[in-house]
Write a protein that binds this ligand. Structure first.
Ligand code: NDP
Length: 324
């Protein structure tokens, strides 16, 4: 029997309903996957509320790890029994069994367990592209990264330390500040207690930083621009506080010819080659000990509404996973 979360309409956590059905047979190019751990991501909230539209009724969730149960026609790279993980493809990860295009799967090294994979695939691939593709960080550089104690955040802290990059993180409570620091963040600012722009200016002798990674969105966007040195890059990659409103191009010019980008993971792993290269970087970090998965909380599928309430209520640190 399969258990999966379905939404018939967009809205609050209550729109997520757990239903039971039979696992389906994979169609051409598809794999039937038995999932043992599923990642909870803030992007799931955007799909649930309708900020990111999808056809309804629909599923939720974009990340999981498990064992291939059956493969459809044309699938050559995988067979029943393979240990795999994914981040992306159609929504529907909140389930025991699911169909998934083989093109988004990667084979999991034996040393990486399912919980670890579900905790780091989507968030770790995100850090990989942000730090190695969107802006190629170099040892000794200083940068700003918001929400440093969250799922993506704690991976960023550890990855920055491994690269020798000085990360100035922000976080919403003293407990979160301490966690980010413990995971390798060079300096951490409680942005609910202190003006983060002045503190960043202070820490950089008034120079600002070459790059800001901002997933908080609406609440921090303008402040983030103010943290940049001339010719700096604003990487706006999320909307946890709401979508960024329109801004004037002159805001970039008057602060010193700034650049701005609004990247999505899925564009950086669109080809098999790009996906393999970035997951290679991620697995290397895990296997070398530079990165350890931080599972902050585990939920049963039946607790999915509570899991979303905790995520939106800023209750969580590190990665949360579902155990179907
Ligand atoms: P997190 O675990 O980081 O949770 C979001 C965090 O954002 C909260 O814990 C909170 O931390 C902070 N936050 C600030 N303001 C608010 C607010 N008003 N409401 C809720 N949270 C707020 O989530 P994830 O690790 O799953 O994702 C982090 C971000 O990265 C998300 O915005 C996500 O959409 C984005 N993302 C983007 C990708 C891309 O390719 N573009 C890919 C993956 C993730 P605090 O209390 O410390 O402020």
């Amino acid at each position: 029997m399969n258990q999966r979360v379905r939404i018939n309409t967009t809205g609050g956590p209550e729109v997520m309903q757990l239903i039971q059905d039979e696992p389906q047979r994979p169609g051409p190019d598809q794999v039937l996957l038995r999932q043992y751990a599923v990642g909870l991501n803030y992007i799931d909230v955007y799909f649930r509320t309708g900020l990111y539209p999808q056809a309804l009724p629909g599923g939720l969730g974009l990340e999981g790890a498990g064992i291939v149960e059956a493969v459809g026609d044309n699938v050559r790279e995988f067979q029943a029994g393979d240990r795999v993980a994914y981040a992306g493809g159609p929504t529907g990860a909140y389930a025991t069994y699911r169909l998934i295009p083989a093109s988004v799967l990667v084979r999991l090294p034996d040393a990486i367990d399912f919980e670890t994979a579900a905790a780091v695939m989507l968030k770790g691939l995100t850090v990989a592209y942000l730090f190695h593709r969107t802006y190629a960080l170099k040892p000794g550089q200083t940068m700003v990264f918001h929400a440093a104690a969250g799922g993506v955040g704690l991976i960023a802290c550890q990855w920055a330390r491994a690269l020798g990059v000085k990360m100035i993180g922000t976080a919403g409570s003293e407990k979160k500040v301490a966690m980010a620091r413990e995971h390798g963040c060079w300096e951490v600012i409680n942005y609910n207690a202190q003006n983060f722009v002045s503190r960043v200016r202070e820490l950089t002798d008034g120079q600002g930083v070459p790059v800001v990674y901002d997933s908080v969105g609406k609440a921090t966007f303008t402040g983030s621009l103010d943290c940049l040195a001339p010719l700096g890059l604003m990487v706006s990659f999320g909307n946890a506080s709401g979508a960024v409103e329109d801004f004037s191009l002159l805001d970039l010019s008057k602060r010193g010819s700034l650049f701005v980008t609004r990247p999505r993971l899925f564009d950086y792993v669109a080809s098999r080659e790009a996906l393999n290269a970035l997951s290679g970087l991620l697995f290397e970090q895990l296997l070398s000990g530079g990165l350890e998965a931080q599972v902050g909380r585990r939920y049963a599928l039946s607790d999915i509404q509570q899991a979303h309430r905790d995520l939106e209520g800023r209750e969580l640190t590190g990665s949360a996973i579902l155990l179907p």
